[in-house]
Design a binder for this molecule. Sequence first.
Ligand SMILES: Cc1ncc(COP(=O)(O)O)c(C=O)c1O
Length: 428
Amino acid sequence: MQTGVSVPILSYMKQLESQGVTDIEQLSDYLYQHYLNQVEQGLYSSNKYTLSGSNVQASVVSSNGNTTECILWCINHYLGLNRNQTVIDKVCKAVQEYGTGSGTSALSGGMSILHKQVELKLQRLMGKETVQLFPTGFTANLGCLSALPGKKDLIIFDRECHASIIDGVKLSGKKWVTFKHNNLHDLEQKLSKYKSEYQNIFVVVESAYSMSGDLAPLQGIVALKQKYKFLVYVDEAHTFGIYGENGAGYCSHLGIVEEIDFIAATLSKATASIGGFVATKSKYIPLLQWRANTYIFQACLTPGDAAAILASLEEIENNPYLIKLLHDKNQYMRHCLTNLGFDLGTSQSPIIPIFIPDVEKLQAFNKELFARGIFSVSVVYPAVKAHEGRIRFILSVAHSIEQIDTTVSVLHELALKYGVIKQELVAA
Ligand SMILES: Cc1ncc(COP(=O)(O)O)c(C=O)c1O
């Protein structure tokens, strides 16, 4: 384990704890010093903020008191709808009419007609009997997964699942095991090992993984379901709005909506607002509404948020070219990078990771990238396995081809400088 200033805070924290530093005062003193060193060296990414809001077309980013004009590669507004004038106008109108906050949770009277319209629109789009709206995608997973499993049930989830899934599973207090990322063989082994021991098994996956951009083998999982009889929960956070007809998601794109018991998603990414939902059978409404504390005890999203979701869904419906253009740009950027010899792992979705196994090199590379006006976030251990560190590029339809070309060209130059790619390859 490296101990230099470039070691990310979380890795350093784990290292200290493993060395027996558990007193919170002492731990905080060590961490604070490390944090100050990282800030001084320009290695601490959380102290960056945009002066212009999330705008991939023109963003000014503040870091350590300096400002830099940047191409933004770290936000999840895949369709650029956060800057769509029609969406903005509808949100302004809704705020004039319905005010700002919701004031309380859905169960205590915080739902407005706008929230109901969101649920009904999503229900039709997803082709499920009901949609339950939550204040965020995180708390949708946290609430649903803590509420759904029964006393004698087992939860099996992919090892790369998001923290909201892991926390929800743990909060349920039920038994759980993981299976190797996207590995159907390992999943089948676990199913066959445990099927007779538990009343129900829940298999939980993401349709596209946020750190790797990998798509899940959902058809294979559905095929296993015929044999082992389990319930499937799919988090479509990174595919809702950008796959399937009218953005209904990856399950819809694959034609397997019927076979998926619970489809969850967040509304903070493609639909450029905030909120989360689960689409499922009506019979689960009481469990979701009365056993999910994030539904019962958390204030609803604001009327403006609800209006942004409705307006974004309408934009997606009225402009089908948006989704196509995003996937065309995804192919284009991937083609440029792989031709130059970059390692993009097994990613396919508009999340494009560039793998740089050496942490020191990764941090230095990303620091220089930022200085050159390219703002992206590095993902390192323990968020991913050691030696699987990466810089993550989240593509939006709002990125121009010129911005993609500029980014690829700077990446190429730095990759040669840092030895991230071995030799210059000739683009096909
Ligand atoms: C897979 C996945 N699920 C859930 C969430 C939580 O969504 P939100 O940030 O909208 O609460 C995220 C956020 O990044 C995510 O990547």
